[in-house]
Design a protein around this ligand. Structure first.
Ligand SMILES: NC(=O)C1=CN([C@@H]2O[C@H](COP(=O)(O)OP(=O)(O)OC[C@H]3O[C@@H](n4cnc5c(N)ncnc54)[C@H](O)[C@@H]3O)[C@@H](O)[C@H]2O)C=CC1
Ligand SMILES: O=C(O)[C@H]1O[C@H](OP(=O)(O)OP(=O)(O)OC[C@H]2O[C@@H](n3ccc(=O)[nH]c3=O)[C@H](O)[C@@H]2O)[C@H](O)[C@@H](O)[C@@H]1O
Length: 438
């Protein structure tokens, strides 16, 4: 009989993973504590925007390949259980909040009466899996037959379906040959299609994930540090990135300087990594990651300062158009969004802000209800003293700078993503300011 899969936690990661497993041919049940989310998924509707997900979800829900429920008992039959619950930053510090992972294991374990593999996918501090394995052993009726493995996830929002079905690599953190064999079977089609597999112990698998995100964050903060120097040296960081990026050892990807990184993962993951490095006494790793975080946050401040400078010192009562609310394009995710952070700072300084985003306004409204939102880019820009381009949606790149110059009060734009056509905007009469560019 085909393998049965459960996915515990059906947020961004879990919903896509559940659908991906159905696409691989398995019978899948997704379990979440959020009844509204479960109801939407069960209707075949993704509760967030992710290109390509809607169709795949609707197809597999309609065919009965994947079901969603709040009842953990529905997972009892599964052979493999993927744990995909959130590990957000704790409110009282830098560390990850592990209560959801622990809660999920505690809710699942009593239903594990037959041999099965519990596979952690959430991003966790190194050492977590060993603790969870003990917890499982104590509470699962199957005892040692309910084994734990770690299989971190590297998908990017906006490319989540593609990354799930054709990952750059699969990492299997295991403590037995049986667990490795089970994971190889689960992913047999993915492996046959060419995704390489790296088999490790549990702590290495946990560390691979956080170090991958730390490296990506480091690349961005490196280029943003270069942007800081380029700004005072009258050099162009985008040309610099192109030039160093031609070196195959460096590579051009993740060298886009600008307002810096945000989202539900990179910022909280490097902070959780810092907290764990501190606990383990790895003080140099901690100091290194702290600087990556600090450089990143300074870029948001730089945009606020530059805006103030361009309107003559104070933003009070100045009209500021903010194009973008999502942390990156092709996503409606506003978690730790640099764009919203800057909009919020300016608003709190008395600016008359107007924010527009093609997809993320409903989520932005939920976390920042007092910010004024617009229905279109043109509406946001009407009467503006400065336009801030903070999330590089294709829609913003396609704006006609000449037409937009007609609706603003003063044609001044700060390109926080360095990707508008500077020459075209200048030719249309705009004062164009990039970050780290002359
Ligand atoms: N979003 C992404 O692109 C990626 C996320 N990750 C990691 O995956 C994990 C999940 O992240 P997201 O999906 O973004 O978070 P999310 O917040 O979108 O989803 C988490 C889900 O877990 C559910 N949940 C919480 N406690 C539960 C419990 N006890 N039992 C069942 N469900 C429970 C929540 O209701 C929510 O639907 C995190 O550790 C994250 O770092 C890893 C790679 C990519
Ligand atoms: O652990 C996770 O959840 C995921 O985190 C990131 O994925 P994601 O947060 O979806 O977004 P990225 O594409 O990595 O972008 C992160 C942030 O960096 C910014 N960025 C990216 C690239 C760049 O050159 N410059 C830059 O500022 C983006 O605008 C965005 O705010 C990683 O890329 C995924 O591999 C990982 O699985």
């Amino acid at each position: 009989m085909a393998m049965r899969i459960s996915v515990i936690g059906t947020g961004y990661l879990g919903a896509v993973h559940a659908v991906g497993m159905a696409e691989l041919g398995y019978s899948v049940v997704g379990v979440d504590v959020d009844a509204d989310k479960v109801a939407a998924l069960a209707r075949g509707e993704a509760p967030f925007y992710e290109p390509g997900l809607d169709d795949l979800l609707a197809t597999h829900v309609a065919a009965g390949h994947v079901t969603f429920t709040t009842d953990f008992a529905a997972a009892a039959d599964a052979d493999v259980h993927f744990v995909c619950v959130g590990t957000p930053q704790r409110r009282d510090g830098l560390a990850a909040d592990m209560s959801y992972v622990e809660g999920a294991i505690d809710a699942l374990a009593p239903h594990l009466s037959k041999p099965c593999l519990v596979v952690g996918k959430s991003t966790v501090p190194v050492g977590t899996a060993a603790g969870l394995a003990e917890r499982l052993l104590k509470t699962a009726p199957a005892g040692a037959d309910a084994e734990l493995a770690w299989n971190p996830e590297f998908l990017r929002e906006g490319f989540a379906v593609q990354d799930t079905l054709s990952p750059d690599r699969l990492v299997f953190g295991v403590t037995s040959a049986e667990a490795e064999a089970t994971l190889r079977e689960v992913y047999s089609r993915t492996i046959a299609a060419g995704s390489p597999v790296v088999v490790t112990d549990l702590p290495t698998a946990e560390l691979v994930k956080v170090s991958a995100n730390a490296f990506l964050a480091t690349k961005i903060s490196f280029i943003n540090a270069m942007a800081e120097i380029a700004e005072v040296a009258d050099a162009d960081v985008t040309k610099l990135a192109d030039a160093i990026g031609h070196d195959a050892r460096i590579g051009r990807k993740f060298l886009n300087a600008g307002i810096g990184f945000g989202g539900g993962c990179l910022p909280k993951d490097i902070r959780a990594f810092m907290a764990r490095a501190g606990e383990l006494g790895a003080s140099h790793a901690l100091a290194f990651l702290a600087e990556v975080d600090a450089i990143n946050l300074r870029r948001r401040q730089r945009v606020v300062d530059l805006t103030r400078e361009l309107v003559g010192g104070s933003v009070a009562n100045r009209r500021i158009a903010v194009l973008g609310a999502a942390f990156k394009p092709d996503s409606d995710d506003v978690r730790d969004s640099p764009a919203l952070n800057v909009a919020g700072q300016l608003y709190l300084q008395g600016a008359r802000v107007s924010v527009y985003d093609p997809k993320a306004i409903p989520n932005a409204r939920r976390i920042f209800p007092t910010l004024p939102y617009a229905e279109s880019a043109v509406e946001a820009c009407r009467g503006a003293n400065v336009v801030l381009h903070l999330t590089e949606w294709q829609e913003f790149r396609a704006l006609d700078p000449a037409a937009l110059a007609e609706v603003v009060e003063t044609p001044v734009v700060i390109d926080g993503r360095n990707c508008l056509d500077a020459d075209a905007w200048r030719a249309a009469g705009w004062t164009y300011r990039g970050l780290g560019r002359p």
